[in-house]
Design a protein around this ligand. Sequence first.
Ligand code: DAH
Length: 333
Amino acid sequence: MSLLSDLDALDAQMAADALDTPEAAEAFRVRYLGRKAGALTDLFKRLPELPAEDRRAVGARLNALREQAEARVAEAEAALNAAEKAAQPGLDLSLPGRRPVPGAGSRHVLTQTLDEILRVFGRLGFAVAEGPELETDFFNFTALGFPPDHPARDMQDTFFVAEDKSLLLRTHTSPVQIRTMIADGVPLRIVAPGRVYRNEDITYKSYNLFHQVEGLYVDEGVTFADLKAVLRLFAEAMFGSDVKMRFRPSFFPFTEPSAEVDIWSDALGGRWLEILGCGMVDPVLFAHTGVDAERYTGYAFGMGVERIAMLRHGIEDIRLLYENDVRLLEQFG
Ligand code: DAH
């Protein structure tokens, strides 16, 4: 009987088919189970050709074959899905962990230095004050005793923001002295950290922007001896008790007398490096801020944070502090 021999042939053919790719599995499904032209579907349709007494047995065989075909397709799909998943990079908990890059996500060496400076002055009773980076001529120059058109203004190569030079990027943190004396009055003991800007060529020792910490102490009876004592304490806290420092006479329009402080560095080739300017607050500042100059005296200082970081860590080139090269950063993780 032809239908039965067709069934045997189909059985053999199904068994021989490999379902090893998604395409092969789909072709198999269409070939045997497809609703329009599937071989098994066809045979089901031909059941009525059989004599009634055979239909039951042949129908059962067809059903068994169809279940077998469906099972093979399901099995092949499951196997192929599993293989696809295994081929994708998954989460393997047995792999060794990735080492965090030291320095990534940690405080920059400049920030560490700044924090340390503020911590030392905090212990000495200095509060933190701040001022804007965009300044006026009045606070950055005039109130600090720079006469109009005086060459001392040119010493600080200024980035002007307004054509008439009335607005500028502050060239130092000293304007915070003026702002704080006006806002808070005296007595006063503050440090003012922040960015300052200079229109200078970039070299190993100078950069367009850098950081300063300004200090100001105004009270009755403040002397130069107090200034020397506090800066000595500061230097020992930052560089160790065997630090070699010297005061050099200098000039600033806002202090009288004025001095600069150098620190000796073996690490940077055995030489003196200037870290700050300082002096006794010039009474001209008191005149601008309404402080009674008969009653009060004060000292002030302004230090370079980059210089101090370079000295502490033997960093020879200021540009390294602004390049974010991991090879530098990871040394301070
Ligand atoms: N403002 C000065 C500068 O940037 C540094 C300075 C010197 C600050 C003497 C002071 C000071 O407060 O008393 O060069």
